[in-house]
Ligand binder design. Structure first.
Ligand SMILES: [Zn+2]
Length: 377
């Protein structure tokens, strides 16, 4: 009898081990990526916690001079220490593939994000902790790599006038914003040298259009280079020449974000600083945000470990995403373990449940009023 029981327990144990093992494996994709990312990170850029609690009231005049209505952060479950998805798109075209999102699916993504309470913010506002989002809503960042024509295509109508292709990324974003004015027109297009968005005669028009509409152009290197083995001069050529090219079209525009081509960084740590700042032909560049390729939502700008020069992105796709695509994270945001950033509606305050206080840190330039609240209430 005893022996039987031991065998039974042994089997139970074995089954439990297998089940737990499987669960672990299913998470492994994420964990491994997290680890490899963590290993890549250098430690010399630690951001000192510096945000201090003050007794300012929150219904003061905002930067724009508008009076901001103070809200009870608990009433909207605000959590400004939660995470943010920086979505990474490439082609908007067909058929659907690993790096191709069809126009229909891109529209579906926008609808899905809108319905689930996400609202676009600019990459710069995310990186600097100035995201303007209505109370209770969640920020999301749109990025498009490689400056493909299907990101911003123009077509000639029957009267010989140029129109924005409604199936290109810009066309879809414009239409969606028109139908949903509370879904701001915010996106960054990372371009390379040559003819960004194709159509040589229209490059100037397109770059100006993007910036005029309040969207952004970002640096993706002049030749889409792999940065692994480039030297000091080559890195500055790649980033500086692209920067200078953009200045020729947009003399007043300050391009200040970089998406690493292939997600590659120089192997030599000493060269890392040229991703951040450098100079080419007498003109300097500076990137305040540097984007990786994958794999998961990244930290709140007010989180103690947030590093704007190492922002991770989420693949906005459903194909070959290995469990770390946009829809996977939307699910994880709803059921755990990841927790999304939920805005309190004001850029002057940082609201969060009291028990998350230990996560607080962030950029020394943040001078915000802290609003911890008791989430038990
Ligand atoms: Zn690329």
């Amino acid at each position: 009898m005893n022996k039987k029981r031991m065998v039974y327990l042994g089997i139970l144990f074995l089954v439990a081990t297998i089940i737990m093992g499987c669960t672990d494996n299913s998470e492994e994709g994420v964990t491994e990526h997290d680890q490899s990312q963590a290993e890549e990170e250098d430690v010399d850029e630690e951001v000192e916690p510096s945000v201090e609690e003050t007794d300012q009231t929150t219904d003061e005049e905002s930067e724009e001079g508008e009076s901001v209505e103070a809200i009870d952060p608990a009433s909207v479950s605000a959590n400004e220490l939660g995470q943010v998805m920086v979505l990474m798109y490439h082609h908007i075209d067909g058929p659907e593939d690993t790096w191709v999102r069809t126009p229909e699916n891109f529209r579906k993504d926008l609808e899905e994000l809108y319905e689930r309470g996400f609202r676009p913010v600019s990459l710069e506002d995310y990186a600097t902790g100035n995201m303007e989002v209505e109370p209770g809503y969640k920020p999301v960042v749109f990025t498009f790599d490689d400056g493909r024509q299907n990101n911003f295509n123009m077509i000639e109508n029957s009267e010989g006038e140029w129109e924005i292709d409604p199936d290109s990324a810009v066309g879809i974003l414009l239409d969606f914003h028109e139908e949903h004015p509370d879904f701001p027109l915010e996106a960054t297009f990372f371009i390379n040298g040559g003819t960004p968005f194709g159509q040589e005669d229209l490059v100037e028009y397109k770059l100006n259009f993007i910036v005029d509409k309040g969207m952004d152009i970002g640096n993706h290197s002049y030749t889409h280079a792999n940065f692994n083995n480039l030297n000091e001069e080559e890195l500055q050529y790649q980033l500086g020449r692209l920067n200078n090219m953009v200045l020729e079209y947009l003399p007043d525009y300050e391009m200040n974000t970089l998406a690493l081509p292939f997600g590659s960084r120089p192997q030599n740590e000493k060269l890392m600083k040229f991703l951040h700042q450098g100079e080419y032909e007498g003109i300097s560049y500076e990137n305040i945000a540097i984007l990786e390729v994958g794999w998961d939502p990244y930290l709140s700008p007010f989180h103690k470990d947030f590093d704007p020069l190492k922002i991770r992105r989420v693949r906005a796709s459903e194909m070959d995403v290995d469990g770390v695509g946009m829809y996977d994270w939307l699910r994880h945001f709803e059921t755990g373990p990841r927790v999304p950033y939920i805005s309190d509606g004001s850029t002057d305050t940082i609201s969060y449940p009291k028990e998350l206080e230990h996560l607080l840190g962030g950029n020394p330039s943040h001078s915000k009023t802290l609003q911890p609240y008791d989430s038990e209430e």
